[in-house]
Design a protein around this ligand. Structure first.
Ligand code: AMP
Length: 191
């Protein structure tokens, strides 16, 4: 099994690249952002709880996020591996993921971080906001808040997995297929 964390700031291309990786490696893509948007779209209690945080560009509390992630993993046991996209975003989430996988005799294989600078992110997200219908993409101050949250709460997750030599930085600028090839080169060596 191969379990990847696709890491990087909002707008770094995680979702786009995850789609390529799913095809090539037959992994299950789990995006906590997508799961929250599904819940919000259906006005579920979980969706309603998450909504106020998401619209402000804040993180949804760990216990809510971890519970949702666990349900998704437990509901899909017969897979060749997972691509976690947008999770873990805090060190307690990383610890919970390690525990969850350990209970299944598994572990995180690698964390691959897409490196994109702040101004490029703001440009990309404002552009995406024109068509995505996502409130958190259409307001520049919300976008900048998400970048700050990423720096303060999420980058420690890179260091957490670097301790076991699992974290790698990948240049996230360039054409989509070029970035995909950079990822393939690293992942092919993991298998
Ligand atoms: P994303 O689509 O990954 O950019 O996520 C959109 C929003 O959902 C984030 O800005 C957070 O408010 C929330 N979210 C997604 N994943 C997580 C997570 N792992 N922990 C906390 N909040 C999350």
């Amino acid at each position: 099994m191969i379990n990847l964390i696709l890491f990087g700031p909002p707008g770094s291309g995680k979702g786009t690249q995850a789609k390529n990786l799913v095809r090539r490696y037959e992994l299950l893509h789990i995006s906590t952002g997508d799961l929250f948007r599904y819940e919000m779209g259906n006005d579920t209690p979980l969706g309603l709880k998450a909504k106020s945080y998401i619209e402000k560009g804040q993180l949804v509390p760990d216990e809510v996020t971890i519970g949702m992630l666990k349900n998704k993993v437990d509901a899909n046991p017969k897979v060749k591996g997972y691509i976690f996209d947008g999770f873990p975003r805090t060190v307690p989430q990383a610890e919970a993921l390690d525990k969850l996988l350990k209970g299944k005799g598994q572990e995180v294989t690698a964390l691959l971080a897409l490196d994109v600078d702040d101004e490029e992110i703001v440009t990309r997200l404002l552009e995406r906001g024109k068509t995505s219908g996502r409130k958190d993409d259409s307001n520049e101050s919300t976008i900048r808040n998400r970048i700050e949250v990423y720096k303060s709460e999420t980058t420690p997750v890179f260091d957490y997995y670097a301790k076991s030599d699992k974290s790698q930085m990948i240049k996230g600028l360039g054409l989509i297929p070029t970035i995909a090839k950079r990822l393939y080169r690293v992942i092919d060596k993991l298998k």
